[in-house]
Design a protein around this ligand. Structure first.
Ligand code: DQA
Length: 147
C-alpha cells in the first residue's frame, strides 16, 4: 500500500510556529516519524506540503493509481476549502483527516471542517500522535482489519 500524506498551508513552519499550540517538532521530523510508522505497518508513505490550494487539488487529482489512501492535515484550508473537499470526494480515495491541535477547543472558526463529512474519520488534538494514529486507522481501514 502507498499512502499520500498531504500537509496544507503554514505547516512548513512547524517547529517555530506557535509551538505552544503545535509543538516543537519540525515538518521534516513529523515526516520522519510517519515513515518509521509506515515501515512498521509495511506501507509506503509519501509526504507533500503546499501552501497553495490549487497545488493540493492537483496533487489529489493525480493520486489515484499511485496511492490507495490519503492522510491529510489541510491546515486552515480545512475550514475554508470546498475545492479541497470536492477534490477528495472526486477521486474517491479513502481519506483520514488529522490535526495537531484540538480544533474544537480553539476559536469558533476552527470548529467547522469541510473535509470531515467526506473523510473516513478525523483525529484532532494529539500533536504528532494525531498523524501516527491517523496513519494506523487508514491502513486498518484499507486492510479491512476487524479489530
Ligand atoms: C491545524 C488546525 C488549523 O485550524 C490551523 O489552521 C492549522 C493547523 C492543526 O494541525 O492543528 O494550520 O490543522
Amino acid at each position: 500500500l502507498s499512502i499520500l500524506v498531504l500537509h496544507g498551508p503554514n505547516l512548513n513552519l512547524l517547529g517555530k510556529r506557535e509551538p505552544g499550540i503545535y509543538g516543537s517538532l519540525t515538518l521534516a521530523e513529523i515526516n520522519h516519524l510517519l515513515a518509521a510508522e509506515g515501515q512498521k505497518l509495511q506501507v509506503s508513505v509519501f509526504p507533500v506540503q503546499s501552501n497553495h490550494e490549487g497545488v493540493l487539488v492537483d496533487t489529489i487529482h493525480e493520486a489515484p493509481g499511485t496511492y490507495q489512501g490519503i492522510l491529510i492535515n489541510a491546515g486552515a484550508y480545512t475550514h475554508t476549502s470546498v475545492a479541497l473537499r470536492d477534490a477528495i470526494a472526486g477521486v474517491n480515495l479513502p481519506t483520514v483527516e488529522v490535526h495537531l491541535s484540538n480544533i474544537y477547543r480553539r476559536e469558533e472558526f476552527r470548529h467547522h471542517s469541510y473535509i470531515a463529512p467526506i473523510a473516513i474519520g478525523q483525529i484532532s488534538g494529539f500533536g504528532v500522535q494525531s498523524y501516527i494514529l491517523g496513519l494506523q486507522a487508514l491502513v486498518h481501514h484499507l486492510r479491512k482489519d476487524k479489530v
